[in-house]
Structures are given as structure tokens and as C-alpha cells.
Write a protein that binds this ligand. Structure first.
Ligand SMILES: [Zn+2]
Length: 360
């Protein structure tokens, strides 16, 4: 990308050398944010606090591929291994990083996309290769080793899946619980449903707007999933009816851009006494939360994004065991030459079932 919002170009650069604790990955598939072109075109207006890399830069958030070379200080990764590359980059030395909490590092930056603070460029300088390329360097801490039954295209969806996985972990979920996913047919919400099924949630309630997509979600597990169209009345009342008046153990807010605060507040009221609500969605307007109610009902309201490589490995193991079903995705694959069509096109979109992948 040479200019924000303008078409990307394919440039030829030397194949990079991995640093001593890095690997070189031949990219086989790279997941992308649906409608990335539109997001980038509006970036400075929507997200002035989230720095993009100095341009030109190689974009591409969610890569998977094969390790082709390892740095001199690497002992547990070998050429030929199939990996997902978690784009989470962090300093590695702060208190949070040392505790394994890399998402809480002040240098937290998405390789190939954007950063969360003013120091992001220091990280971009270390790792300038996003996933829309043939060969990228990656630190060994970023690698998730893929089981044979997970394809590269499926692994390219790990970013969204992992975001939902981390949210469900933050909700302290245990098997047998009930969950509500607000926006269940979207890219994040469908992942939350799949992970909830894999982790033993027995009641999965989901809301959305598109009835056709909601029916598809319910069909994944008709005995465990219930769906509710937002046009059919308040979510909280419906969810309470589904749970014998008690409310759900936790709620994942996975609403898309442009969703209203009112929709989020409605779903929040579906949470049971002592339950949790985790926001991973894109509600952008201010949400007037009744904090007295939070106190009375002992509700936790939690913000969350992304996931650690350890959590990525846990997801990979759920898939290896056949518990996490990744076969539901319809891959929309584009060669690198069609990257501009891919980031601007939404044709044949089936909500979260569509998986947009660049295949270098
Ligand atoms: Zn750190």
C-alpha cells in the first residue's frame, strides 16, 4: 500500500532473512477483513488513534503457511512445519509479555495492519512483512502449529475465531452454560457460535438481522442453538424466555460497524445475575450503561480484542480433535494479483460463512 485508501500494487522486494529468533514463512493463505478497502479509505476519520505503518507497507493480517527457514537460536520449529502466524507483535520484555499476556503489552501491534499506540512503528520496523506477500518473517512466539486436518484457508480465519475464543475465555465459560451472541451470523459472531459448540455450551442464543443466515446458524446444531431476528422484538425478553427467566451466563457482543448502542444495551440486559458481557464488536457510538444495575446484579462488562498464540494453539487442538468444526466456511479465494478486487468486493457474501482469503 503506497497511499491510504488508494489501490494496492504488487511490488518485488528481496526475500527477507529471518532474525535469530524468527522464522521465514512461505505464505499459502492470508485472511482479510471483509470490505478492507472501505475501512482503509475511512481510516483516518474512523480510527485516528490507531496508527497505520509508514508507507509503503505490506498489508495482510491473518497468514498461514509453511516454515521454510529458521533463525539460529530456534530449536523447536523446523522447516516444513505448517503454521498459522498470529499477527500480534509485542515487545517480549515487559511485565505483561513475560507473564504471557502479550495482548496487554503497550507495544501491541498487528503485523500487516495497524497498531494500538504511538510506539507501533518500532514494531513495524522489526516486522515489515504483512501476509499479502510470498515470504514473511515472523517471531517464533507468533506461531501456531496446524494439525493436518486444518487447511491453510481455514487457518486464515483464526484471527476472527481467536477473538471470539479469547472473549469466551474472558467470560470464564465452562461446559453446560448458556451464552448469547449478539450478531451471531457475522464474521465474529459465527466464530463465537462454533467455539461455543466446541467448548460445551449447551444453550447458544444468537441474534441477527438476516433470517436466512440465522436459519443457517441454527442448522449447525438445532438442539443447542436458538436464533432471534432483531426485528422481532427485544433481545433481553426473548433470551429470558429461553432461559426460564434467569438470563444467559454470558453475552458476547459481536455486532458489526454501524450497530446502535441501544442494540448492545438490550443484549446486555439478557445477562443473568453475576454473569458477564464481553464486547468484541464494532459498536462505535457512546453507550449509556446503567452502572447501578451492574452493581446490583454484579455484572462484569469486559472489553476484549484478539488472542494469544497459546490460545490459537488451543483452538487448533479443538479442531484437531474434531470439536471445532471449520468445514462450514465458504472460502472466497483471490490470487495476489486480484488483491484490489478482493478488498473492495463483497460479492456472494454469506455473512460469517464467507471467508475471504488471499492466496499468494
Ligand atoms: Zn511487552
Amino acid at each position: 500500500m503506497h497511499a491510504v485508501g488508494s489501490p494496492m500494487s504488487i511490488d518485488t522486494v528481496p526475500v527477507p532473512q529471518p532474525g535469530s529468533t524468527d522464522v521465514l514463512v512461505e505464505v499459502k493463505a492470508c485472511g482479510m477483513v471483509p470490505n478492507l478497502g472501505n475501512v482503509l479509505a475511512n481510516w483516518t476519520r474512523w480510527f485516528p488513534h490507531l496508527p497505520l505503518p509508514k508507507l509503503p507497507a505490506i498489508f495482510g493480517l491473518d497468514p498461514a503457511g509453511v516454515v521454510v527457514e529458521v533463525g539460529q537460536q530456534i530449536v523447536d520449529v523446523k522447516p516444513g512445519e505448517r503454521v498459522y502466524v498470529n499477527p500480534l507483535r509485542s515487545c517480549g520484555a515487559c511485565r505483561m509479555c513475560r507473564a504471557g499476556e502479550r495482548t496487554r503489552c503497550r507495544y501491541f501491534t498487528f503485523n500487516g495492519y495497524f497498531g494500538f499506540g504511538p510506539d507501533a512503528q518500532k514494531i513495524y520496523d522489526l516486522y515489515p512483512y504483512g501476509g499479502f506477500c510470498q515470504f514473511m518473517t515472523a517471531p517464533q512466539y507468533a506461531l501456531v502449529k496446524l494439525p493436518d486436518n486444518v487447511t491453510f484457508e481455514q487457518a486464515a480465519r483464526f484471527g476472527y475465531l481467536g477473538t471470539s475464543y479469547n472473549a469466551i475465555k474472558k467470560a470464564d465459560a465452562v461446559p453446560g452454560q448458556s451464552m448469547l451472541v449478539d450478531g451471531i451470523s457475522g464474521t465474529l459472531g459465527l466464530g463465537a457460535a462454533l467455539i461455543g459448540l466446541a467448548m460445551g455450551m449447551t444453550r447458544i442464543l444468537g441474534t441477527g438481522r438476516d433470517r436466512r443466515l440465522l436459519d443457517r446458524v441454527k442448522a449447525l446444531a438445532p438442539g443447542r442453538i436458538e436464533v432471534h431476528a432483531l426485528d422481532d422484538g427485544p433481545t433481553a425478553e426473548w433470551a429470558k424466555r429461553c432461559t426460564d427467566g434467569e438470563g444467559v451466563d454470558f453475552m458476547i457482543s459481536a455486532l458489526g460497524p454501524g450497530s446502535s448502542a441501544r442494540t448492545m444495551l438490550d443484549a446486555l440486559k439478557a445477562v443473568r445475575r453475576g454473569g458477564r458481557a464481553v464486547n468484541v464488536g464494532a459498536v462505535a457510538e457512546l453507550v449509556p450503561i446503567d452502572v447501578h444495575w451492574l452493581m446490583d446484579e454484579q455484572i462484569h462488562f469486559i472489553g476484549s480484542n484478539w488472542f494469544t498464540s497459546a490460545q490459537g494453539q488451543e483452538m487448533a487442538e479443538l479442531a484437531r480433535a474434531g470439536l471445532l468444526d471449520l468445514s462450514v466456511f465458504e472460502h472466497q479465494c483471490f490470487p495476489l494479483e486480484e488483491v484490489n478486487r478482493a478488498i473492495s468486493g463483497l460479492e456472494r457474501r454469506n455473512g460469517g460463512f464467507s471467508n475471504y482469503v488471499i492466496v499468494p
